[in-house]
Design a binder for this molecule. Structure first.
Ligand code: C5P
Length: 238
């Protein structure tokens, strides 16, 4: 059984100040994308990694990958207008390239979660082997409210018991055939999800949850980078 990893990295990062998309910002002197790649490259069961980036960035990313010694296992493809489209391009490249078997496993990981660790990646692969689909998720600690948006701001419509809430992180892993057919169904229906699990859920397949951690943060807003630097220093001091 082969295990593939897809890193969508074609976002524009509009929520972060500055011209540089967040996946290329430096964290401890190394681009965020390279940290994410390094984590997946450190897992021996992962056969190949596909990174999706915007066309103007393809050459620069290829050079960074070579500079950090990953070129043998990493392929760069062009991303799309949505995260789902970027992942679809990478899936198509896997199918064209190595001829993935239906039971092979595909993990998708946000390039902007650079502090993912090998043990969590391994646990996700094990859960996918058992359940066919599994994601990393964090139990909610805050009380969760459902709201209605009004002209005067948000109004609470209900409280969702937090024991039923998990915040989805990545990696999100699936059997190759399951992800491919769920993506084809979503495309035919014009459905665009914000993660891969939502695409697989709507195809009617159960998705298991592997415990995540606050360290696996998604660098999204100003301030997140400083927090990630802090966690990185802690990891390096161990
Ligand atoms: O925009 P969002 O926070 O959902 O981004 C999650 C991940 O998906 C990021 O790593 C981003 O680079 C990637 N992405 C992508 N193609 C897009 C939009 C986002 O690969 N068109």
């Amino acid at each position: 059984m082969q295990v593939f990893a897809i890193l969508p990295a074609a976002g524009l990062g509009t929520r972060m100040a500055g011209p540089q998309p967040k996946q290329f910002l430096s964290l401890g002197g190394v681009p965020i994308l390279i940290h994410s790649l390094r984590a997946f490259a450190s897992v021996p069961r992962i056969t190949a990694i596909v990174v999706a980036v915007r066309k103007p960035e393809m050459e620069r990313v290829r050079a960074q990958i070579a500079e950090h010694g990953f070129e043998g296992r990493v392929q760069v493809v062009e991303g799309g207008d949505s995260r789902q489209e970027s992942v679809a391009h990478a899936l198509a490249a896997i199918e064209r390239g190595s001829g993935a078997a239906p039971d092979d496993i595909v993990l998708v990981h946000d390039a902007v979660r650079p502090l993912i660790d090998a043990a969590t990646i391994d646990r996700t692969i094990d859960a996918v082997a058992l359940h066919g689909a599994a994601i990393v998720g964090m139990p909610a600690v805050d009380t969760i409210k459902q709201v209605e948006r009004t002209a005067h701001g948000a109004l609470i419509t209900s409280t969702i018991p937090r024991e039923f809430i998990v915040q989805a992180q990545t990696p999100q892993g699936f059997r190759f055939k399951l992800l491919q057919s769920a993506f084809a169904e979503a495309m035919a229906d014009g459905f665009v999800g914000t993660d891969e699990a939502s695409v697989v859920e709507r195809a009617g397949h159960a998705v298991a949850v592997v415990p995540g951690s606050a360290v696996n943060l998604k660098i999204t807003q100003p301030g997140d980078l400083e927090l990630a630097e802090f966690y990185l220093q802690q990891q390096r001091a161990r």
